[in-house]
Design a protein around this ligand. Structure first.
Ligand SMILES: CC(C)(COP(=O)(O)OP(=O)(O)OC[C@H]1O[C@@H](n2cnc3c(N)ncnc32)[C@H](O)[C@@H]1OP(=O)(O)O)[C@@H](O)C(=O)NCCC(=O)NCCS
Length: 240
Protein backbone atom coordinates (compact mmCIF):
# COMPACT_ATOMS: atom_id res chain seq x y z
CA UNK A 1 0.00 0.00 0.00
CA UNK A 2 1.16 3.52 -0.73
CA UNK A 3 2.66 4.90 2.50
CA UNK A 4 1.18 8.30 1.76
CA UNK A 5 -2.37 7.19 1.05
CA UNK A 6 -5.11 8.65 3.24
CA UNK A 7 -5.79 5.16 4.66
CA UNK A 8 -2.67 5.53 6.78
CA UNK A 9 -3.84 8.74 8.44
CA UNK A 10 -5.56 8.76 11.82
CA UNK A 11 -9.07 9.82 12.74
CA UNK A 12 -9.93 11.50 16.03
CA UNK A 13 -13.03 11.93 18.13
CA UNK A 14 -13.26 15.71 18.03
CA UNK A 15 -16.50 15.82 19.98
CA UNK A 16 -14.39 14.77 23.00
CA UNK A 17 -11.15 16.58 22.14
CA UNK A 18 -12.03 19.63 20.05
CA UNK A 19 -9.51 20.79 17.50
CA UNK A 20 -7.46 23.81 18.53
CA UNK A 21 -8.34 26.87 16.52
CA UNK A 22 -8.20 30.66 16.76
CA UNK A 23 -11.16 32.95 16.22
CA UNK A 24 -11.05 36.72 16.46
CA UNK A 25 -14.04 38.52 17.96
CA UNK A 26 -16.86 39.07 15.48
CA UNK A 27 -15.74 36.39 13.01
CA UNK A 28 -17.97 33.47 12.10
CA UNK A 29 -15.18 31.02 11.43
CA UNK A 30 -11.87 30.25 13.03
CA UNK A 31 -8.48 29.41 11.53
CA UNK A 32 -5.98 26.69 12.32
CA UNK A 33 -3.22 24.79 10.57
CA UNK A 34 -4.28 21.71 8.70
CA UNK A 35 -3.27 18.57 10.54
CA UNK A 36 -1.07 16.48 8.20
CA UNK A 37 -1.75 13.34 10.26
CA UNK A 38 -5.53 13.66 10.09
CA UNK A 39 -7.59 11.77 7.53
CA UNK A 40 -10.64 14.03 7.66
CA UNK A 41 -8.50 17.12 7.02
CA UNK A 42 -6.81 15.39 4.09
CA UNK A 43 -10.13 14.27 2.61
CA UNK A 44 -11.66 17.74 3.02
CA UNK A 45 -8.67 19.38 1.39
CA UNK A 46 -8.90 16.97 -1.53
CA UNK A 47 -12.67 17.52 -1.81
CA UNK A 48 -12.05 21.28 -1.89
CA UNK A 49 -9.32 21.17 -4.53
CA UNK A 50 -11.11 18.68 -6.78
CA UNK A 51 -14.32 20.70 -6.76
CA UNK A 52 -14.88 21.80 -10.40
CA UNK A 53 -15.48 25.40 -9.33
CA UNK A 54 -12.05 25.49 -7.72
CA UNK A 55 -10.36 23.58 -10.58
CA UNK A 56 -11.75 26.19 -12.95
CA UNK A 57 -9.80 29.00 -11.28
CA UNK A 58 -6.68 27.33 -9.95
CA UNK A 59 -3.95 25.87 -12.14
CA UNK A 60 -1.66 22.84 -11.68
CA UNK A 61 -4.07 20.92 -9.50
CA UNK A 62 -3.64 17.38 -10.77
CA UNK A 63 -2.77 15.93 -7.35
CA UNK A 64 -2.83 12.38 -5.96
CA UNK A 65 -3.20 11.42 -2.29
CA UNK A 66 0.56 11.44 -1.71
CA UNK A 67 0.73 14.99 -3.10
CA UNK A 68 -1.97 16.12 -0.66
CA UNK A 69 -0.16 14.56 2.29
CA UNK A 70 3.15 16.13 1.20
CA UNK A 71 1.46 19.52 0.85
CA UNK A 72 -0.01 19.30 4.34
CA UNK A 73 3.34 18.20 5.82
CA UNK A 74 5.41 20.90 4.25
CA UNK A 75 4.34 23.55 6.77
CA UNK A 76 6.76 26.26 7.85
CA UNK A 77 9.73 28.25 6.72
CA UNK A 78 13.23 27.50 5.41
CA UNK A 79 15.73 30.12 4.19
CA UNK A 80 14.43 30.08 0.60
CA UNK A 81 10.90 28.93 1.06
CA UNK A 82 7.85 29.77 3.15
CA UNK A 83 4.70 27.78 3.19
CA UNK A 84 1.69 28.03 5.52
CA UNK A 85 -1.52 26.14 4.90
CA UNK A 86 -4.44 27.23 7.09
CA UNK A 87 -7.87 25.73 7.41
CA UNK A 88 -10.83 28.04 7.69
CA UNK A 89 -12.72 26.04 10.28
CA UNK A 90 -16.26 25.96 11.58
CA UNK A 91 -17.04 27.96 14.71
CA UNK A 92 -20.16 30.15 14.86
CA UNK A 93 -23.47 29.51 13.08
CA UNK A 94 -22.48 26.01 12.18
CA UNK A 95 -23.73 22.52 13.07
CA UNK A 96 -22.10 21.17 16.26
CA UNK A 97 -20.45 18.34 14.32
CA UNK A 98 -18.87 20.87 11.93
CA UNK A 99 -17.15 22.92 14.64
CA UNK A 100 -13.42 22.74 13.95
CA UNK A 101 -13.96 21.13 10.55
CA UNK A 102 -12.65 22.57 7.30
CA UNK A 103 -14.81 25.10 5.43
CA UNK A 104 -12.03 26.17 3.11
CA UNK A 105 -8.30 26.79 3.07
CA UNK A 106 -5.94 29.75 2.91
CA UNK A 107 -2.50 29.03 1.52
CA UNK A 108 0.53 31.34 1.86
CA UNK A 109 3.63 30.47 -0.13
CA UNK A 110 6.86 31.97 -1.30
CA UNK A 111 9.91 30.60 -3.07
CA UNK A 112 12.28 31.74 -5.80
CA UNK A 113 9.45 31.41 -8.34
CA UNK A 114 7.21 33.89 -6.51
CA UNK A 115 10.16 36.23 -6.10
CA UNK A 116 10.78 36.15 -9.84
CA UNK A 117 7.11 36.90 -10.40
CA UNK A 118 7.30 39.85 -7.99
CA UNK A 119 10.38 41.07 -9.86
CA UNK A 120 8.15 41.39 -12.94
CA UNK A 121 5.92 43.70 -10.90
CA UNK A 122 8.94 45.87 -10.11
CA UNK A 123 9.91 45.92 -13.81
CA UNK A 124 6.34 47.01 -14.61
CA UNK A 125 6.47 49.78 -11.98
CA UNK A 126 3.73 48.15 -9.87
CA UNK A 127 6.03 47.51 -6.91
CA UNK A 128 9.19 49.35 -5.90
CA UNK A 129 12.55 47.57 -5.40
CA UNK A 130 12.24 48.54 -1.73
CA UNK A 131 9.06 46.50 -1.43
CA UNK A 132 10.98 43.32 -2.18
CA UNK A 133 14.19 44.26 -0.39
CA UNK A 134 12.56 45.40 2.83
CA UNK A 135 9.62 43.08 3.08
CA UNK A 136 9.14 39.35 3.20
CA UNK A 137 7.05 38.15 0.29
CA UNK A 138 4.05 35.83 0.46
CA UNK A 139 1.53 34.91 -2.16
CA UNK A 140 -1.93 33.96 -1.04
CA UNK A 141 -4.44 31.58 -2.54
CA UNK A 142 -7.67 30.23 -1.06
CA UNK A 143 -10.79 28.23 -1.77
CA UNK A 144 -14.10 27.42 -0.18
CA UNK A 145 -15.06 23.78 0.45
CA UNK A 146 -18.04 22.74 -1.67
CA UNK A 147 -20.48 21.94 1.16
CA UNK A 148 -19.55 24.91 3.38
CA UNK A 149 -21.70 27.98 3.85
CA UNK A 150 -20.64 31.12 1.94
CA UNK A 151 -19.24 34.19 3.67
CA UNK A 152 -16.45 32.45 5.61
CA UNK A 153 -13.39 32.94 3.43
CA UNK A 154 -12.96 36.72 3.85
CA UNK A 155 -12.77 36.27 7.63
CA UNK A 156 -10.42 33.35 7.10
CA UNK A 157 -8.10 35.47 4.96
CA UNK A 158 -8.01 38.27 7.54
CA UNK A 159 -7.42 36.00 10.51
CA UNK A 160 -4.79 33.87 8.81
CA UNK A 161 -2.88 36.99 7.66
CA UNK A 162 -2.60 38.05 11.30
CA UNK A 163 -1.62 34.56 12.40
CA UNK A 164 1.04 34.37 9.72
CA UNK A 165 2.49 37.74 10.72
CA UNK A 166 2.78 36.46 14.32
CA UNK A 167 4.55 33.30 13.18
CA UNK A 168 6.95 35.20 10.92
CA UNK A 169 7.91 37.80 13.52
CA UNK A 170 11.59 38.00 14.30
CA UNK A 171 13.09 39.49 17.45
CA UNK A 172 14.69 42.26 15.39
CA UNK A 173 11.42 43.28 13.69
CA UNK A 174 10.47 46.87 14.25
CA UNK A 175 7.40 46.35 12.10
CA UNK A 176 5.97 42.84 12.42
CA UNK A 177 3.86 43.48 9.37
CA UNK A 178 6.67 44.18 6.96
CA UNK A 179 5.25 41.30 5.00
CA UNK A 180 4.14 41.82 1.43
CA UNK A 181 1.10 39.65 0.74
CA UNK A 182 0.10 39.46 -2.93
CA UNK A 183 -2.83 37.83 -4.70
CA UNK A 184 -2.93 37.31 -8.47
CA UNK A 185 -6.51 36.94 -9.68
CA UNK A 186 -8.15 36.32 -13.05
CA UNK A 187 -10.23 39.47 -13.75
CA UNK A 188 -13.30 37.28 -14.34
CA UNK A 189 -13.05 35.66 -10.92
CA UNK A 190 -15.36 38.17 -9.29
CA UNK A 191 -16.02 36.02 -6.18
CA UNK A 192 -12.34 35.93 -5.43
CA UNK A 193 -11.93 39.67 -6.06
CA UNK A 194 -14.86 40.42 -3.71
CA UNK A 195 -13.34 38.25 -0.99
CA UNK A 196 -9.83 39.83 -1.06
CA UNK A 197 -11.18 43.35 -1.33
CA UNK A 198 -13.48 42.73 1.63
CA UNK A 199 -10.46 41.44 3.57
CA UNK A 200 -8.52 44.67 2.95
CA UNK A 201 -6.47 44.11 -0.21
CA UNK A 202 -5.92 46.93 -2.72
CA UNK A 203 -5.75 46.37 -6.45
CA UNK A 204 -2.31 47.64 -7.49
CA UNK A 205 -2.22 46.74 -11.19
CA UNK A 206 -2.37 44.05 -13.79
CA UNK A 207 0.40 41.78 -15.05
CA UNK A 208 0.43 40.25 -18.51
CA UNK A 209 1.59 36.79 -17.59
CA UNK A 210 1.58 34.72 -14.47
CA UNK A 211 3.46 31.47 -15.00
CA UNK A 212 2.04 29.87 -18.13
CA UNK A 213 -1.18 31.86 -18.08
CA UNK A 214 -1.90 34.16 -20.97
CA UNK A 215 -4.79 36.20 -19.58
CA UNK A 216 -3.49 39.20 -17.60
CA UNK A 217 -4.05 38.80 -13.88
CA UNK A 218 -5.13 41.54 -11.54
CA UNK A 219 -2.65 42.01 -8.72
CA UNK A 220 -3.84 42.72 -5.18
CA UNK A 221 -1.71 43.73 -2.23
CA UNK A 222 -2.68 43.44 1.41
CA UNK A 223 -3.23 46.80 3.07
CA UNK A 224 -2.53 45.94 6.72
CA UNK A 225 -4.29 49.09 8.02
CA UNK A 226 -7.48 48.18 6.18
CA UNK A 227 -7.31 44.62 7.48
CA UNK A 228 -7.01 45.86 11.07
CA UNK A 229 -9.91 48.29 10.59
CA UNK A 230 -12.09 45.50 9.14
CA UNK A 231 -11.34 43.18 12.02
CA UNK A 232 -11.87 45.93 14.58
CA UNK A 233 -15.23 46.95 13.16
CA UNK A 234 -16.37 43.31 13.03
CA UNK A 235 -15.30 42.90 16.67
CA UNK A 236 -17.08 46.12 17.64
CA UNK A 237 -20.28 45.10 15.80
CA UNK A 238 -20.31 41.81 17.67
CA UNK A 239 -20.32 43.66 21.00
CA UNK A 240 -23.14 46.10 20.23
C1 LIG B 1 -13.30 32.83 -4.00
C2 LIG B 1 -14.12 32.08 -2.99
C3 LIG B 1 -13.19 31.48 -1.96
C4 LIG B 1 -15.09 33.05 -2.31
O1 LIG B 1 -15.94 32.34 -1.44
P1 LIG B 1 -17.14 33.11 -0.71
O2 LIG B 1 -17.79 32.19 0.21
O3 LIG B 1 -17.96 33.76 -1.78
O4 LIG B 1 -16.26 34.22 -0.01
P2 LIG B 1 -16.51 34.95 1.36
O5 LIG B 1 -16.64 33.92 2.38
O6 LIG B 1 -15.46 35.86 1.68
O7 LIG B 1 -17.78 35.76 1.05
C5 LIG B 1 -17.68 36.91 0.31
C6 LIG B 1 -18.74 37.85 0.78
O8 LIG B 1 -18.83 37.88 2.20
C7 LIG B 1 -18.47 39.18 2.73
N1 LIG B 1 -17.75 38.86 3.96
C8 LIG B 1 -17.66 37.60 4.43
N2 LIG B 1 -17.00 37.58 5.62
C9 LIG B 1 -16.66 38.81 5.88
C10 LIG B 1 -15.98 39.40 6.98
N3 LIG B 1 -15.53 38.68 8.00
N4 LIG B 1 -15.78 40.71 6.95
C11 LIG B 1 -16.23 41.44 5.91
N5 LIG B 1 -16.89 40.93 4.85
C12 LIG B 1 -17.11 39.64 4.84
C13 LIG B 1 -17.74 39.76 1.63
O9 LIG B 1 -17.86 41.15 1.60
C14 LIG B 1 -18.51 39.22 0.42
O10 LIG B 1 -19.80 39.82 0.35
P3 LIG B 1 -20.67 39.88 -0.99
O11 LIG B 1 -20.67 38.51 -1.58
O12 LIG B 1 -22.01 40.30 -0.50
O13 LIG B 1 -20.00 40.87 -1.84
C15 LIG B 1 -14.96 30.93 -3.64
O14 LIG B 1 -15.80 31.48 -4.61
C16 LIG B 1 -14.09 29.86 -4.27
O15 LIG B 1 -13.69 28.90 -3.61
N6 LIG B 1 -13.79 30.01 -5.57
C17 LIG B 1 -12.97 29.03 -6.30
C18 LIG B 1 -11.52 29.09 -5.93
C19 LIG B 1 -10.91 30.44 -6.23
O16 LIG B 1 -11.30 31.11 -7.16
N7 LIG B 1 -9.90 30.83 -5.42
C20 LIG B 1 -9.20 32.07 -5.60
C21 LIG B 1 -8.08 31.92 -6.55
S1 LIG B 1 -7.25 33.48 -6.72
Amino acid sequence: MDESSFDNLKTGDYSQNPREQVRYAGQLSAVRFLDPTDRIDAQKLKQTITNPNVQHWMSDLNMNEADFVAWMQEQGSTPNRRHYLFAVSGSQRTKPEDIGEIQGFIYFYSSSEEKLQAQKLIDAGILTPDDLEQKRLLEISYAKSPDSPPGRITGGIMQSCLEVSKIMQRKSDTDPENILVLAYIDPENTNSIRAVEAAGFDEIGSIASYGDEIVPNKVFRLNWDKLHKNLQSAAFRSLT
